[in-house]
Design a protein. Structure first.
Length: 131
């Protein structure tokens, strides 16, 4: 009870790290209370964690929509890696809409690492679909 209240309140913090750990608390508690607001967080890591919480609490359609939206806007290496790791951990790679994955193909990434990772990610998804 009390911890859930603290986690929900922490999502309103101006500190993105505090928001992250509040979401992590909700994830451990398997509670999706008030998580939808975190889908609009300024930090990708928080949006991804919010989507993960939706997935593990049974809100599959909302989670897939949130992950797909995030995939459509990521342009940096660490956020992309975090997103793909979450998708793999949840065994969701093959559930992504084909056009969302294809949309990454020509996207300008902010660093060479991310650009290389995008290509490896696309290949993993395509290889999985070919099975």
């Amino acid at each position: 009870g009390g911890d859930l209240g603290r986690y929900k309140a922490g999502q309103k913090s101006g500190d993105p790290v505090e928001r992250y750990w509040s979401l992590a608390g909700l994830r451990v508690a398997k509670s999706s209370e008030s998580v939808e607001t975190a889908l609009e967080d300024t930090q990708s890591v928080n949006r991804v964690l919010a989507a993960e919480i939706l997935w593990v609490t049974g809100k599959k359609e909302a989670a897939l929509a949130a992950f797909t939206k995030e995939l459509g806007q990521v342009t940096e290496g660490y956020p992309l890696l975090n997103l793909v790791n979450a998708l793999e951990r949840l065994e969701m790679l093959q559930l992504l809409p084909k056009e969302a994955v294809e949309g990454l193909r020509g996207r300008k990434m902010n660093d060479d690492y991310a650009a290389g990772y995008v290509q490896r990610f696309i290949k993993r998804v395509e290889d999985g679909r070919a099975k």
